[in-house]
Design a protein around this ligand. Structure first.
Ligand SMILES: Cc1cc2nc3c(=O)[nH]c(=O)nc-3n(C[C@H](O)[C@H](O)[C@H](O)COP(=O)(O)OP(=O)(O)OC[C@H]3O[C@@H](n4cnc5c(N)ncnc54)[C@H](O)[C@@H]3O)c2cc1C
Length: 473
């Protein structure tokens, strides 16, 4: 067999998780090749971002020495260094029966609303600048594991060899199928999505993603247009519906128009798509096997749940954060057996279960305002809590303990947090959002810190409050 080239790590696919991991490994001295079936720039759905996602990017930047990731964490730096076409995620809204609840994100935690074609290209170029070799427009047909290598063969018959394969080529991965990792259904909610980008919708300016709820689903609007300093005229639109009640239709555009009738209060000046209409089947799946000797399935290759509130990208970056240092160590010790990945597979499953339960909770709230209030509060507290933990881990570097401790940060922590957090914590957060009330907020949060039964929350609150006041969080 003629081997075209040999590397330490072969990364299949060039989505965000693939590029971030490849850049980190190359930065650590590994010889990395990305092989992808498409080329950049290309459109992908998935604009919504949250402070958790931003803080993960900051943590990855600091922990692995790739400052380029952190530029994406903030709308201002992303517009300056990545693309003027990204937006700002200053608040996240939920509209139900004409009533809107908006979660205002702490001012300096405003994330960048992701204009994916530019963001994905930026991350891919970052990987290439750190020395990752790239082969685009190359389709992989199969993969096999030998005693000391993984061999990946393309449809054109070229073979690439590597000590390890990270498969980030998604649901239809030919490599994963060849390695015996079949798709399987998951338990829990089954949703579908219909997505595109619209131009000139005529909607009132929004300063972040908004969800319009209805019986059976919700419409997510991600506005690049109409924001301060915006140069991008598009709005990302995505219907997410119960897959059993709304089976896939042949014509995605017609389905979109039919679903739009379920949000009668939303008036669009025109429905003019500037990306292909895109509709999915049931989104949720997992695999019978997600790792083996010398290979690991990353992100959507391993499984998928609903990408609600940036859950998919957040989940993928969390796994990259936990995978990268283990892989660097495994390469150095030349031990890439399946055992190296066992803990990561478990982490991946726990994260998927947690994000699935978040979506399930939200679905319960679609027609019930009191449940929506509870959901929004839980999510808001969770964002705050996760942001504090990630912030804490980032400022504690190079001490690795804090970074490792937040690798399995779950939305489930929120329930526990709500139980153990006194009401003053909530009112402290509320006060933080009111202009000129910073000092009151600090007082309240410090009071919460003193009375919280949890040493961890006490420590985090005390550590975080000065930064909150200065608006740096
Ligand atoms: C409708 C929808 C809405 C979403 N909304 C959000 C959101 O709001 N927020 C969020 O965080 N996430 C969202 N997501 C999820 C997000 O888009 C994905 O998590 C993200 O794109 C990463 O996926 P990926 O890297 O696996 O896939 P992709 O970005 O599609 O990358 C797959 C890569 O694998 C390559 N590939 C595939 N097959 C082969 C082959 N045989 N040989 C070689 N290369 C191959 C492709 O060329 C490509 O480079 C959404 C997803 C969908 C479907």
């Amino acid at each position: 067999m003629n081997v075209t080239s040999d590397h330490d790590v072969l990364v299949l696919g060039s989505g965000p998780g693939a590029s971030v991991l490849a850049a980190v490994l190359a930065r650590a001295g590994a010889n990395v090749l990305i092989v992808a079936g498409d080329s950049h720039p290309r459109h992908r759905p998935g604009e919504t971002s949250t402070p958790i996602l931003s803080w993960l990017l900051r943590l990855l930047a600091a922990r692995y020495g790739v400052p380029e990731f952190a530029r994406l964490a903030d709308a201002g730096t992303a517009r300056e260094h990545v693309s003027r076409r990204v937006g700002a995620e200053r608040s996240i809204g939920f509209v139900q029966g004409g009533r809107e609840r908006r979660v205002a994100l702490p001012r300096a935690a405003a994330s960048a609303l992701l204009y994916r074609q530019d963001v994905d290209a930026y991350l891919f170029h970052t990987a290439a600048r750190y020395g990752v070799r790239v082969r685009q427009q190359v389709k992989v047909a199969k993969a096999e594991v030998t005693a000391d290598r993984v061999l990946v063969t393309t449809v054109r018959g070229e073979t690439y060899s590597a000590r390890c394969l990270i498969d980030a080529s998604g649901r239809d991965s030919a490599a994963a199928a060849a390695l015996g990792a079949d798709l399987r259904d998951t338990e829990g909610p089954r949703t579908r999505a219909v997505h595109t980008h619209l131009i000139d919708t005529g909607l009132a300016p929004m300063d972040g993603t908004t969800h319009h709820l209805f019986d059976g689903g919700w419409l997510t609007l991600s506005p690049f247009a109409g924001q301060d300093g915006a140069v991008n005229p598009v709005t990302g639109v995505r219907f997410t519906v119960d897959a059993d009640r709304f089976p896939r239709e042949e014509d995605a555009e017609r389905e979109f128009h039919a679903l739009l009738k379920r949000v009668p209060k939303l008036r669009l000046r025109r429905v003019a798509a500037v990306q292909p209409w895109f509709s999915t089947g049931v989104q949720q799946y997992t695999r019978t096997q997600c790792a083996g000797d010398r290979w690991f399935a990353l992100g959507a290759t391993a499984g998928f749940t609903d990408p609600f509130l940036a859950g998919e990208l957040t989940h993928e970056f969390q796994v990259v954060n936990a995978l990268a240092w283990r892989l660097i160590r495994a390469l150095a010790e030349d031990d890439l057996g399946a055992g190296r990945f066992a803990g990561l597979v478990a982490l991946d499953e726990r994260l998927r279960a947690a994000y699935t339960s978040l979506t399930a909770d939200f679905r319960q709230a679609l027609t019930d305002p009191s449940r929506l209030d509870a959901f929004v509060e839980r999510w808001e507290l969770g964002v705050f809590h996760a942001t504090l933990r990630l912030h804490d881990a980032t400022v504690s570097l190079p001490d690795e303990r804090a970074a490792r401790a937040c690798e399995d940060l779950f939305p489930e922590d929120l329930e526990t947090l709500r139980e153990m957090t006194p009401p003053v914590f909530r009112s402290g957060i509320a006060a933080l959002r009111e202009t000129g009330r910073g000092l009151t907020a600090v007082g309240r949060l410090r009071a919460a810190a003193r009375t919280s039964p949890s040493p961890e929350v006490r420590r985090l609150l005390l550590a975080a409050t000065p930064d909150l006041v200065r608006g740096r969080l």
